[in-house]
Design a binder for this molecule. Structure first.
Ligand code: C2E
Ligand code: CA
Ligand code: CA
Ligand code: CA
Length: 279
C-alpha cells in the first residue's frame, strides 16, 4: 500500500510537470505567433434594423496557425489573458482594426464604425486611454468611429477602475458598448454610472427569442429602459428571420449575426462594402 501511494505521488507529479510543460509550450507558441504576424482580424457587419444599412463592423481576432489553419479566440484568449499576452495582442488588434477602418474610409466608406473587444486585463492598464489616443492619431482616425466593447462582467468585477478608465476613453470621444448584456448581475440602474453609448444584448437571449416569452419580455424591457436613458441597443447572434422580425418589432436599433452576415476576412468585407454602398 505504501509503494502504491508513492507511485501515485510520482504519477501526480509527472502529470503536473506535463501540464506545466504544455502551458509553457503553448504560451511560447502564442507569443511567437503574435511576433510573427500569425494573428488576423475578421470583421462581422452590424446593421441598422430600421433601414438595413451597414453601420459598423466588429473586429474578431483569429490565429492563422501554420499547418493547422484558423484557431478561434475561445482557444487562445483565456491563455493570453492569464499570461498577460493579451496586452500586446490587444494593442495589435486595436492598431490593425484602426488601420483597416482608415483604409475603408479612404476608399469612401466613411460612415462605418469599428467595434473592438477589450479584455479585463487591458481595461486595468493605466495607459490604455493614452495608448489608444496614440493609435488614433497615428491612423488619423476620429475617436467617435471607434467603439470599444466591454463585457458586463468586467464592469462588475472592478467597478472603480472601470469607471475611471471608461471616463478617460469617453473624454477622448470613443464610444463604449456593454457586451454580453443580460448575462451578468448588473441592473440597468448601474448604467448611469458609466458613459455608455450602446448595449449589446447577449446572444443567449436572442437565440430562443421566438420560443421563450420570458426572454422576449426581458429584451423588451432592456430596450425600452435603455432608450429612456439615451442608450442605443444592438442584438448579437441573430440566426434566423423570426429573431430578426421580433427584434424589429421590439424596436431594437441594430443587429448582428450569422443570418445577416458571418465574420469575414478584410478582402471579403471590401466586396460587401462595395455591393452595399455603390459609390
Ligand atoms: P463576442 O465579443 O461575444 O463575439 C461574438 C462571437 O459570436 C464571435 O465569436 C462571433 O463569431 C460569434 N457570432 C457571431 N454571430 C453569431 C451568430 O449568429 N450565432 C452564434 N452562435 N455566434 C455568432 P468568436 O469570433 O469565436 O469570438 C468569441 C469571443 O472571443 C468574443 O465574443 C470575444 O469575447 C472574444 N474575442 C474575439 N476577438 C477578440 C479580441 O480581439 N480581443 C479580446 N479581448 N477578445 C476577443
Ligand atoms: Ca463583442
Ligand atoms: Ca457578445
Ligand atoms: Ca431562455
Amino acid at each position: 500500500a505504501k509503494e502504491q501511494g508513492r507511485n501515485q505521488v510520482q504519477i501526480f507529479d509527472a502529470g503536473m510537470n506535463l501540464q506545466t510543460q504544455i502551458q509553457i509550450k503553448k504560451t511560447t507558441e502564442l507569443r511567437i505567433a503574435l511576433e510573427q504576424g500569425q494573428m488576423e482580424l475578421h470583421y462581422q457587419p452590424q446593421f441598422c434594423l430600421r433601414d438595413g444599412s451597414l453601420v459598423g463592423v466588429e473586429a474578431l481576432v483569429r490565429w492563422n496557425k501554420p499547418g493547422i489553419g484558423l484557431v478561434y479566440p475561445g482557444d487562445f484568449i483565456p491563455l493570453a489573458e492569464t499570461t498577460g499576452i493579451i496586452v500586446p495582442m490587444g494593442k495589435w488588434v486595436l492598431k490593425e482594426a484602426c488601420h483597416q477602418l482608415s483604409a475603408w474610409r479612404q476608399a469612401g466608406f466613411n460612415n462605418i464604425r469599428m467595434a473592438v473587444n477589450l479584455s479585463a486585463r487591458q481595461l486595468r492598464q493605466p495607459s490604455l486611454a493614452s495608448d489608444i489616443a496614440g493609435i488614433l492619431q497615428q491612423q488619423e482616425m476620429n475617436a467617435d468611429m471607434l467603439e470599444l466593447e466591454i463585457t458586463e462582467s468586467m464592469l462588475m468585477e472592478d467597478m472603480n477602475t472601470a469607471i475611471t478608465t471608461m471616463s478617460e476613453l469617453n473624454q477622448l470621444g470613443i464610444h463604449l458598448a456593454i457586451d454580453d448584456f443580460g448575462t451578468g448581475y448588473s441592473s440597468l440602474a448601474y448604467l448611469k454610472n458609466f458613459p455608455v453609448r450602446r448595449l449589446k444584448i447577449d446572444k443567449s437571449f436572442v437565440q430562443d427569442l421566438t420560443a421563450d416569452t420570458e426572454d422576449t419580455a426581458i429584451i423588451s424591457a432592456i430596450i425600452n429602459l435603455a432608450h429612456n436613458m439615451g442608450i442605443a441597443v444592438i442584438a448579437e447572434g441573430i440566426e434566423n428571420e423570426a429573431q430578426l422580425e421580433y427584434l424589429r418589432q421590439l424596436n431594437c436599433d441594430e443587429g448582428q449575426g450569422y443570418f445577416l452576415a458571418r465574420p469575414m476576412p478584410a478582402a471579403d468585407m471590401d466586396k460587401l462594402l462595395q455591393e452595399s454602398c455603390p459609390l
